[in-house]
Write a protein that binds this ligand. Structure first.
Ligand SMILES: C[S@@+](CC[C@H](N)C(=O)[O-])C[C@H]1O[C@@H](n2cnc3c(N)ncnc32)[C@H](O)[C@@H]1O
Length: 218
């Protein structure tokens, strides 16, 4: 699915989030903090936005962007040609890195897409160095507040229609809606980070509570 939408992925993101998506990625990067000359991994890097922002913001850091979709990686390489980011194909369920390798690990919109989020978080914990930071950006099921009917309507109808018009793939964006509604609440996800072994776990929500950024330390 991600291979199929790679070419239209960025445009769809900008339209669907009313141009807000880069703001959340910048928050992720600021939340990581400057790793100085350390090594950071952006898992599920997709077309590379978080990895590129890390490189731009912390020029001394060594940044690796990794994803299992080769088409997404191809887009990332094309968009950020000449940038000091390395790209690698890998599966988040079984990371091909030694334990205690990275000073920081980021990922945007990964956990909602995997069968076993705890397994992935445990892998991320393994490859982080002690004291290293994880920062995760994902969609969050909307809370039942005043905005709920509007948000529900947008997720149920707006996003799949935009997906059909912009990415010519209604099913992929109907999947986005379904996987968001079925995903952990922000509080439950924070608990999962703790279960995986992370300390000082916290989160912040954006966009009427539909986007969450979680972080923690090994
Ligand atoms: C919605 S995109 C997010 C891309 C990017 N992080 C961003 O901020 O836009 C989700 C990405 O996760 C990748 N992905 C999903 N499951 C994965 C897995 N098990 N291992 C590695 N990458 C995975 C997909 O290929 C896709 O590029």
């Amino acid at each position: 699915m991600f291979d199929d939408i790679a070419g239209r992925y960025d445009l769809m993101n900008r339209v669907m989030t009313l141009g807000q998506d880069q703001k959340w990625r910048r928050f992720v990067v600021s939340c990581v903090g400057d790793p100085q000359c350390g090594t950071t991994l952006d898992l599920a890097t997709g077309t590379g936005d978080i990895a590129a922002l890390m490189e731009e913001t912390y020029p001394k850091a060594k940044v690796l962007g990794a994803d299992f979709s080769l088409n997404m990686l191809k887009e990332a390489k094309r968009r950020f040609t000449g940038r000091k980011v390395s790209w690698q194909a890998c599966d988040a369920n079984s990371l091909p890195f030694a334990s205690n390798s990275f000073d920081a690990v980021t990922f945007g919109y990964l956990l909602r897409n995997v069968d076993d989020a705890l397994r992935v978080l445990t892998e991320v914990h393994r490859v982080l160095k002690p004291g290293g930071k994880v920062v995760c950006l994902d969609t969050t099921p909307p809370e039942k507040n005043l905005f709920y009917p509007f948000v529900r309507f947008y997720f149920r109808f707006g996003i799949p229609i935009l997906g059909k018009m912009i990415a010519d793939d209604e099913a992929a964006y109907a999947y986005l809606t379904g996987s968001t509604m079925d995903f952990y609440s922000a509080k439950e996800l924070a608990q999962l980070f703790s279960t995986a072994g992370f300390k000082d776990v916290a989160y912040k929500k954006f966009m009427l509570g539909t986007i969450g950024v979680h972080w923690g330390t090994k």
